[in-house]
Design a protein around this ligand. Structure first.
Ligand code: BEZ
Ligand code: FE
Length: 304
């Protein structure tokens, strides 16, 4: 039967036509997407010119993407979607663990394997040298031996070393394993915050919204061990002026820590310290990685 299509009936019409979707999860995702997209257009009373502007914007986002630049992820980050997806991922864990935070665009697999106590600083640096240490435990506080701890960060000027394409040669990244009690420790420099890439359409959006575009100073981690849920996270330095207004919403209270000038427990004496403990939840069969984002160096390798 022919139905009258208007600004309200169009939503059911679109959803009914998709009812034949054989993949149940795809159906479950697409139906609310259409419902909320239509509700948004009705609420904003969107005009054809505005919708075309939106389509132009999304086209520009796509055109900005390369093997080394993912503008759609940056859009997801700046709209709070990546952080929301991380929170939903954390909620699915059966035990409490360290909260997730954004992987960001500067993660590279194959960072150099290092020994506990090594420095990830491989170039001359004017930064404040610190010892970064802590434990990886299970949800009861028992140390997880030989857990994998990947770490990467910007330098004291807020820049990531991206000059070399081979991750094993990049500064300020390393791959460690915990000792028999779950401890890790390494030397690095205190990072500075930085502005997200602003030379694309996402930057135009940020400027149109009069947002500052900064991420507070942080250090990224991927921590995991067999039988545990991998956690992709970051620690954030208290005192950074943007710690409570991160442009990509990666900061949550439990991930904020201090640089401690006098720490009697630091494993390397006479250095300021940053201490951060990780708690890993046991994995369930359904667990998948929390890595929202891809490592461009792997994409390039695969396509080579
Ligand atoms: C970062 O942490 O490096 C980052 C995360 C999201 C967007 C841009 C940068
Ligand atoms: Fe980062």
């Amino acid at each position: 039967m022919l139905r009258a299509i208007d600004e309200n009936t169009i939503t059911d019409a679109a959803i009914e036509q998709m009812a034949s979707t054989p993949n149940p999860r795809l159906k479950q995702i697409m139906e609310p997407l259409v419902r909320h997209l239509h509700a948004w257009a009705r609420e904003a009373d969107l005009t054809p010119e505005e919708w075309l502007e939106g389509i132009k914007f999304l086209t520009a986002v796509g055109q900005k993407c390369t093997a080394y630049r993912q503008e759609f992820i940056l859009l997801s980050d700046t709209l709070g979607m990546s952080s929301l997806i991380n929170s939903l991922h954390d909620k699915r864990a059966t035990e409490a663990g360290t909260k997730s935070s954004l992987v960001g665009p500067f993660y590279r697999q194959d960072s150099p394997p290092m020994k506990l106590g090594d420095s990830i600083v491989t170039k001359p640096s004017k930064g404040l040298e610190v010892v970064l240490y802590g434990r990886v435990t299970d949800s009861t506080g028992k140390g997880v031996a030989n857990a994998s701890v990947e770490v990467w960060q910007p330098d004291e000027t807020g820049n990531y070393d991206l000059q070399k394409h081979d991750p094993s040669e990049m500064d300020l990244r390393g791959h460690f394993h915990t000792d028999s009690d779950g401890r890790y420790y390494l030397r690095t420099v205190a990072p500075l915050g930085y502005m997200i890439p602003m030379d694309g359409p996402v930057g135009d959006m940020i400027r149109a919204q009069k947002r500052h575009g900064y991420r507070p100073a942080h250090i990224h981690f991927i921590v995991g061990a067999p039988g545990y849920r991998e956690v992709v996270t970051a620690l954030y330095l208290a005192g950074d002026e943007h710690v409570d207004s991160d442009t990509v919403f990666g900061v949550t209270e439990s991930l904020v820590t201090n640089v401690n000038q006098k720490d009697p427990n630091a494993p390397i004496p006479n250095l300021p310290s940053i201490k951060f403990d990780f708690k890993l939840a046991h994995a369930t069969a359904k667990d998948m990685t929390g890595r929202v984002g891809a490592d461009p160096s792997q994409i390039v390798k695969a396509g080579a």
